[in-house]
Write a protein that binds this ligand. Structure first.
Ligand code: TXE
Length: 498
């Protein structure tokens, strides 16, 4: 990768294999766009299956014969801390690249860049405190159980929060001694490529983290069907996740899937309504509405519904849409043209299905030629509509009215997804009922998204399989090994001695 200046994008993004940029290859070239202007800002050299194979071979060699899996944990930890410091020293540059390529407002990206550095230190600590087990209950025997790195991981990450989500998977994978091949989204390769380059300036052995770029149908499929891969960790859409898992399953490789959501945000009648309103707006419009954990179905109790919904619509109309680099911007552009069209298509569909348009609903040309859309609010007459059942993944809130908390819980559960659920209520009883009864991986009560790294994160139902978190990541990224030795020579039945 040629980087003209610290905050400028590279001219071209290539694969990074065995500790070095690959240079010109034969594959296809794609334009990388700035969603705020719809203009190209770099070229992406797509890795073809042969190049993906080379990346896997390098990761394989680094695992089978390299120092990383065998390194003293303190030395591995030192490298991860150096990576954290280096990424932190380049936080401004990485944030600028992420905003330029993903269109996420700058103030929001700063939090994600901090998350990236925290991921490195957190998993360094987790790996250094990994424990085994030992058993002495069977007389005359000692049995111990160790965790060993699982091998080479294929890590596939999406475009909605490239640095935060890629770094989570890379850090949790390599901290336990594995090696990997990372494939970020073809729409947002810029900041992730720089992150991988910076990691290698900290003493990371070549081949531990390899990067391949390109479309899912070419580079992604080649990666997940590589025989040299031992596991697949994927973050992205549910349909893609299903294909990825099927491919991994055909070769009996475990997969970790963090997929879509259509999460309920329950606004109960006894909530602090000012805070609930702020929280509901953040829940759906943060990150330009492109979040798996968005509170995209806002369920409002009937007694407060009229007031809450009209204030929600009014605030939605007042959200500042614009240049994601500007500190005043609250919602930036969507990530790419076909995604914008898909989201606008859902607004049309919702209206055809009988939803009432309360705010927004159209492309926003006032902010420029980028992929901007007006933050949108719709009131839905039924939870069975496609607009209430399918993930829209944009700045589109669907509001619904309920009578009893039991009904709200039933509506929350009436979904093929189960990633998160939000509740705004002053009642401990309501909090306990929602926590107990909603089938979702995370329940946030009286708070917008608060990602506790120490706790598992992942989804029920179509929202995924497995969890990110200290214990669950250790389970996914390591193998268990049981070793037994006798404490005294045990009697052996002398076969064939007669
Ligand atoms: O993501 P894809 P898409 C949801 C959201 C969105 C929908 C589709 O609803 O509208 O998914 O988004 C790679 N083999 N989320 O189509 O396809 C791809 O190159 C291997 C939720 O843009 O899932 C990219 O690197 N890899 C989500 C990654 O998969 C393949 C975030 C994600 O892309 C592949 C993103 C294949 N056959 C979308 N096809 C979340 N949970 O946060 C694609 N890829």
């Amino acid at each position: 990768m040629t980087t003209p200046s610290t905050a400028a994008p590279p001219d071209k993004v290539e694969s990074f294999i065995g500790g070095a940029w690959v240079g010109e290859t034969r594959g296809h070239c794609l334009e990388v766009l700035n969603p705020a202007t719809a203009q190209p800002v770099a070229l992406l050299q797509e890795a073809d299956p042969a190049e993906v194979h080379r990346a896997v071979i390098n990761a394989r060699q680094a695992f089978d014969a390299g120092p990383w899996p065998r390194m003293d944990i303190n030395d591995r930890k030192d490298i991860l801390y150096r990576i954290r410091d280096r990424l932190r020293a380049h936080a401004g540059e990485l944030a600028d690249l992420e905003v330029l390529n993903a269109g996420i407002p700058h103030h929001h990206v700063q939090g994600q860049v901090l998350r990236m550095t925290r991921n490195c230190e957190f998993f360094a600590e987790v790996a250094s405190t990994l424990r085994g087990e030992s058993y002495t209950q069977s007389a005359g025997f000692l049995t111990w159980v160790t965790r060993e790195p699982r091998g080479v991981a294929a890590l596939i990450s999406p475009w909605n929060a490239p640095l935060a989500l890629s770094s989570m998977r890379v850090a949790s994978c390599i901290a336990f001694g594995n090696t990997c091949v990372l494939k970020p989204s073809e729409y947002t390769p810029l900041a992730v490529a720089r992150m991988v380059e910076l990691m290698h300036e900290c003493g990371l052995p070549p081949g531990v983290v390899n990067l391949v770029n390109g479309r899912g149908s070419i580079t992604g499929e080649a990666l997940v069907s590589e025989p040299g891969i031992d596991m697949v960790a994927f973050t992205g859409g549910t349909d893609t996740g299903r294909r990825v898992m099927a491919s991994a399953a055909a070769r009996l490789k475990p997969s970790l899937l963090e997929l879509g959501g259509k999460s309920a945000n329950i606004i109960h009648e006894d909530a602090d309504l000012e805070r609930a309103l702020d929280g509901a707006l953040l829940g759906i419009f943060s990150n330009n509405g492109q979040q798996c954990l968005a509170g995209s179905r806002i369920l409002v109790q009937r007694r407060i519904a009229e007031d809450f919904i009209s204030r929600f619509a009014e605030r939605t109309r007042r959200i500042r849409v614009g240049d994601p680099m500007s500190p005043d911007t609250e919602v930036g552009p969507l990530c790419f043209q076909s995604h914008l069209e898909r989201v606008l298509g859902y607004v049309d569909l919702a209206r055809q299905e009988g939803c009432e348009l309360l705010a927004g609903g159209a492309r926003d040309w006032s902010a420029g030629a980028g992929f901007y859309m007006q933050p949108t609010a719709l009131l839905a007459p039924s939870n069975s509509l496609r607009a209430c059942q399918e993930e829209i993944f944009g700045p589109v809130a669907i509001l619904q009215v309920y009578d009893s908390l039991q009904e709200a819980i039933a509506l929350a559960n009436d979904s093929r997804f189960g990633l998160v659920c939000y509740l705004w209520s002053a009642s401990l009883d309501a909090a306990m009922q929602v926590s107990r009864s909603v089938r979702a991986g995370t329940i946030w009560i009286n708070t917008p998204m608060m990602r506790e790294l120490r706790a598992p994160f992942g989804g029920y139902k179509d929202s995924g399989i497995g969890r990110d978190g200290p214990q669950s990541s250790a389970e996914f990224f390591t193998e268990l090994k049981t070793t037994t030795v006798p404490l005294d020579p045990p009697p052996l039945r002398p076969l064939g001695r007669h």
